[in-house]
Ligand binder design. Structure first.
Ligand SMILES: Nc1ncnc2c1ncn2[C@@H]1O[C@H](COP(=O)(O)OP(=O)(O)OP(=O)(O)O)[C@@H](O)[C@H]1O
Ligand SMILES: [Mg+2]
Length: 386
């Protein structure tokens, strides 16, 4: 298996720049998820790694070897394509044999590899069926099988889970993880679904407009998003964003449009600059109801309450901002009635409103693209489903 190093990659389609100075290192035996909205460049990036797109600048190394201009077959990469790309009228066995035939692998060796891959994927009983006679989840396995039989040094799977319905997703997710560990493979999995990425990745690389937004473990991205885009993209429920100004009163206070909130002392160093525009991020499940007014609670008016079984979803407004809270129970909250929601002090995120960068320690990360104010103005872009 092989580590992958992408350095200073450049790629454009006509006058449209997709990547400009893109850098990413993938460790040997790592399962890396490439996560980003539609059009962010995920497929383009793995096609560059596979050698299916022409690189315009920079360097691609697989297993330490510079393959920037090598033919696809010299790269020893097993790739599955968005939407499977199987031959529907051929049997599962013929589909698995096909890439080996193309490469001139001797028949006995090819048969052996197909049997082994089918066993690993649990599709041995399907080998004689035609692809059009098997389910979507089974087709997905066959697509991965076509990569496995090639014994690649690197797996590139483009949206292997996305087309499956909810019940199959769970099982294919864990199958892929189990397989990756059994093969001790370096695997890059493309997805636009943050829940898939959170569930299976060692690390996630978040892409937006061809720019790497953050690279880290699922926990790091969830607990310490580097910017507003990642904060809004990661998480089952979208993070609440509350814009305001930081003021020095008896402590640090966020003054928003129609509400104010005392913040923990750890944010005091941020007061050194002139009172700046910041955006507070707090996830719905980090809000707790509070019996009455308190400096560290947000005064809201409840708009709606939705019972969801294990939790109650409360939608409320604080001045001009809308807030969603996921509460353990309704706590007697009623639509139209004032209430107070207290964010958990250790679950607060502060971002610079202009740049979108995280402000709470660790301090600013330089070098990311700016222009996040747009995201704040249009909260519907988040939720990880765009
Ligand atoms: N062959 C091509 N010619 C011109 N533009 C292209 C080509 N392929 C992709 N693009 C453009 O490059 C950008 C990145 O596309 P890409 O397919 O890599 O996105 P993606 O992240 O895989 O999206 P999705 O989640 O929809 O699959 C898009 O704006 C797309 O329109
Ligand atoms: Mg794609």
């Amino acid at each position: 298996m092989a580590p992958v190093s992408l350095a200073r990659l450049r790629k454009s389609y006509g006058s449209r720049t997709i990547f400009d100075d893109f850098n990413l290192d993938i460790a040997d035996g790592e399962l890396l998820c490439l996560l980003g909205p539609s059009g962010s460049g995920k497929t383009t990036l793995i096609r560059l790694i596979a050698g299916l797109e022409r690189l315009e600048g920079g360097e691609i190394r697989i297993g330490g070897k510079d393959v920037s201009f090598a033919e696809p077959r010299e790269r020893h990469v097993g790739m599955t394509f968005q939407g499977y790309a199987l031959y529907p009228h051929l049997s599962v066995r013929q589909n698995l044999l096909y890439p080996l035939k193309v490469r001139g692998v001797p028949k006995a060796e090819a048969d052996r590899r197909v049997t082994e891959a089918a066993r690993l994927l649990g599709i041995a009983q399907l080998l004689e069926r035609r692809v059009q006679q098997i389910s979507g989840g089974e087709q997905q396995r066959v697509a991965i099988g076509r990569a496995i039989v090639q014994k690649p040094q690197l797996y590139l799977l483009d949206e292997p889970i996305s087309n499956l319905d909810a019940s199959l997703r769970e099982s294919v997710r864990s199958d892929i993880r189990r397989l990756q560990q059994a093969l001790a493979a370096t695997m890059v999995i493309v997805t636009h679904d943050q829940l898939d990425a959170l569930a299976i990745a060692d690390r996630i690389a978040v892409l937006r407009h061809g720019v790497l937004q953050q690279l880290g473990s699922p926990e790091e991205l969830y607990e310490k998003p580097d910017n507003v885009f990642v904060a809004g993209f990661i998480g089952r429920m979208r993070m609440n964003f509350l814009p305001g100004r930081l003021l020095r009163e008896s402590g640090v206070v966020l003054q928003g449009a129609g509400f104010s909130l005392a913040l923990p002392g750890r944010f005091a160093p941020l007061l050194d600059s002139e009172s700046r525009e910041v955006t507070l991020g707090v996830r719905p499940d980090a809000l707790l109801p509070c019996a009455g007014p308190a400096p560290d609670a947000i005064a809201v008016v409840v708009k709606s309450i939705q019972f969801q079984g294990e939790q109650v979803l409360c939608s409320a407004v604080a001045g001009e901002a809308t807030i969603q809270a996921a509460l353990a129970d309704g706590h007697g909250l009623l639509p139209g009635v004032p209430a107070w929601l207290r964010p958990r002090a250790d679950k607060l995120h502060l971002f610079d409103t202009e740049s979108g960068f995280r402000l709470s320690p660790p301090a600013l990360h330089a070098g990311f693209a700016t222009g996040y104010a747009r995201d704040l103005a249009a909260p519907t872009t988040g939720g990880g489903q765009t």
